[in-house]
Write a protein that binds this ligand. Structure first.
Ligand code: NAD
Length: 363
């Protein structure tokens, strides 16, 4: 029986609520496929700060590195907003990604037919959208040096540096090309090469790699146009490849195509070692503790962990089918509520998912 070490990071806000749902589903789906999970929970973000005075306690990072896969809910909360930069929850997450060398972030956006009406775009634009944003995660302007704030005779100045080396571009581009070859074979690289030297290098490296991938049709798009095209005609995209800052913004815009930020999973991967799987949303402190959270992105992140991180395709598909079934049955959390549907809290949605999973096995 395959056994996997999973490090579970509930984090902050709605994190513990959605983690409980994902954990119950993993515990149900594992035995059905002859898989066992050795699950250990560890504090990160605000929870890490509260427990150890550090948003990424040393022991948490060790447990993540030693695991077969890591499943994270979300970090952050208003009460931590005034802490010094290094003690803030977001800094723990950035250090976790860097500490696990997770340089590639994959955000699939697939519109479930049952949720087409939840999108703010017209049905004709949104139907059959199926794209993945591949975002570079450990370089670019979020990590570039020099950075800081200085006082000059003319006043205060803040500055950051957007920088990529050829190796950094090559390794993320390789992920994009591999994924495009497995999918519809179209890769759109997004940059700002009309203005930024760092983007000119990015574009050159992507073109060099394109020559070795005749199976992938490569195009380039400036980031401002890409933002517009995502809203104008999202079906044109298969794989969108981009850097850290542009990817941060475009992947949230792409996420909203699905109607709710509470529906989308993501994977962060390195060259080897465990991957980190997490919903794209944050800790939603405005609804934390109110049993209002949508746990579906977390469950879909667990499914992505099973498929991409552990190679357990059938178990992953079961979780995805359970999600589709609860939606088809008309159950919705508040963020997705529509006329004629039944509104459930996070916990009750978890219970319905377990019922739906049984249904998937009996079908
Ligand atoms: P957010 O994603 O937490 O919330 C944005 C809006 O979406 C809120 O109205 C929230 O209630 C709603 N929402 C988010 N997830 C939901 C879910 N599963 N179900 C129902 N509604 C949901 O973003 P924010 O408000 O900008 O940030 C809140 C905190 O989260 C901040 O501290 C931020 O730093 C942190 N954050 C963490 C991550 C992460 O852990 N990867 C990502 C983004 C933001």
């Amino acid at each position: 029986m395959p056994s996997y070490r999973i490090t579970l990071l509930p984090g902050d806000g709605i994190g513990p609520e959605i983690t409980a749902v994902a954990r119950s589903l993993l515990e149900a789906v594992g035995p059905h496929h002859g898989i066992s999970f050795d699950v250990c929970e560890a504090p990160v973000g605000g929870a890490g700060h509260d427990a150890e005075g550090d948003p990424l306690p040393t022991e948490t990072l060790k447990r993540c590195r030693d695991a077969d896969a890591v499943l994270l809910a979300a970090i952050g909360g208003y009460e931590y907003d005034n802490l010094p930069q290094r003690q803030r929850p977001e800094s723990g997450l950035l250090r976790l990604r860097a500490g696990m060398d997770l340089f590639a972030n994959l955000r699939p956006v697939r519109i479930l037919p049952v949720l087409v009406e939840a999108s703010s775009l017209k049905r004709s634009l949104i139907e059959a959208v199926d794209l993945v944003v591949v975002r570079e995660l450990t370089g670019g302007i979020y990590f570039g040096e020099p950075r800081g704030r200085i006082t000059t005779p003319a006043g205060e100045r803040g500055f950051n540096t957007m920088t990529y080396s050829d190796q950094e571009v090559d390794r993320i581009a390789a992920v994009g090309f591999r994924l495009a070859a497995e999918r519809a074979g179209r890769l759109c690289s997004v940059d700002k090469a009309n203005v930024l030297e760092v983007s000119q290098l990015w574009r050159e490296r992507v073109n060099t790699m394109a020559a070795a991938h005749p199976d992938v049709a490569v195009s380039h798009m400036y980031v401002d146009n890409a933002a517009m095209q995502l809203l104008r005609n999202p079906r044109q995209f298969d794989v969108l490849l981009t850097g850290n800052l542009f990817g941060d913004i475009l992947s949230d815009a792409a996420a909203m195509l699905s109607g709710s930020i509470g529906m989308l999973p993501s994977a962060s991967l390195g060259s080897d070692g465990p991957g980190l799987f997490e919903p794209i949303h944050g800790s939603a402190p405005d609804i934390a503790g109110k049993d209002l959270a949508n746990p579906l992105a977390m469950v879909l992140s667990a499914a992505m962990m099973l498929r991409v991180g552990l190679g357990q395709e059938e178990a992953a598909t079961d979780l995805e089918r359970a999600v589709e079934q609860v939606l088809l049955a008309g159950f919705r959390t508040a963020d997705l509520m529509a006329e004629g549907c039944t509104q459930l809290g996070c916990k009750a949605m978890g219970e319905q998912l377990l019922v739906a999973l049984e249904g998937v096995w009996q079908a």
